[in-house]
Design a protein around this ligand. Sequence first.
Ligand SMILES: NC(=O)c1ccc[n+]([C@@H]2O[C@H](COP(=O)([O-])OP(=O)(O)OC[C@H]3O[C@@H](n4cnc5c(N)ncnc54)[C@H](OP(=O)(O)O)[C@@H]3O)[C@@H](O)[C@H]2O)c1
Length: 298
Amino acid sequence: MENFARNSLEKKKFIIFGGGFSGQFISNEIRKLGCEALTSSRQAPKNNTSFFFDSLSSALPPEHIFEGTTHVLSCIPPDKSGQDPVLSRLYKQLKSLNLEWVGYLSTTGVYGNTNGEWVTEKDPAKPLQERSKRRLLCENSWLNSNLPIQIFRLPGIYGPGRSTFESILKKNIKVIHKPNQVFSRIHVADIANAILYLLLKINHENFKQIINIADNYPTSQIEVIEHSYQLLGLKMPKPLDFDDAKKLLSPIALSFWEENRRVSNNLLCKDLGYKLIHKNYKSGLKSCLEIIKQKNLI
Ligand SMILES: NC(=O)c1ccc[n+]([C@@H]2O[C@H](COP(=O)([O-])OP(=O)(O)OC[C@H]3O[C@@H](n4cnc5c(N)ncnc54)[C@H](OP(=O)(O)O)[C@@H]3O)[C@@H](O)[C@H]2O)c1
């Protein structure tokens, strides 16, 4: 991680809604900077850094967790009706806090299908999937919330514990060949690092409300899988043609193959000067594999 000026976020208190894969990773990085970070869970809290929040439950988080909160980040996807789980239950609470910053993890799915063309934040959102239409509704709710909101649009997230290695090792990977199909991706460490970079380095003059966080190298899924097999010293199975594989995919898995786009990070990396930790999947996977080996998982 980049060694940021460690004191400038000191004494700030973050509430992270959705302590899942990204939420946990980001909160750990925030704590390393000397800030307090609490994460929500739909399970009973396991320690004093987590609290219960389930938008479908009548129970709301206890009042005291909000005391002194300066920053909020939501990592929770839209609910089935397209409402934002945090705003629908906690808007008044958030409005009462005098927050310095509110972040929202969204998806690049809102851009829809571009047939492999690059998309930037200036391109209009044209969501194709119902879940992406719901996501755009949530983005708009945050933008209209009158909170100091910043939205991060993310492609496929991977990182330690969630990569092609786990799928290969658990033998639930499907090796599929679809000509000219690419996916963009981002290592979770870059989501955390980019958000902290923006919080620490960016001032009011160059503040951007919607920012893509993606690596420099959109590419086919098969290229990533092949490289993963090579790193594991295993032989990749013969790929299935997409038309044959279609019958084996769940509707949600299939829906990802209906969109083909390259997500530009020019705003983040060129205009705002962020340097990626993992410019491409090779760098990201290398670091995932080191962690797998350290944990003796292979
Ligand atoms: N995964 C990807 O490749 C990807 C790509 C682009 C964007 N995104 C979006 O980026 C965000 C973070 O992704 P992620 O993969 O890190 O997410 P994740 O691991 O699936 O975590 C989602 C979190 O949301 C919480 N949650 C879900 N529904 C909730 C509800 N109704 N009430 C309260 N909490 C609820 C979950 O609670 P529990 O911890 O209790 O389960 C979990 O902590 C999500 O919005 C995701 O849709 C993901």
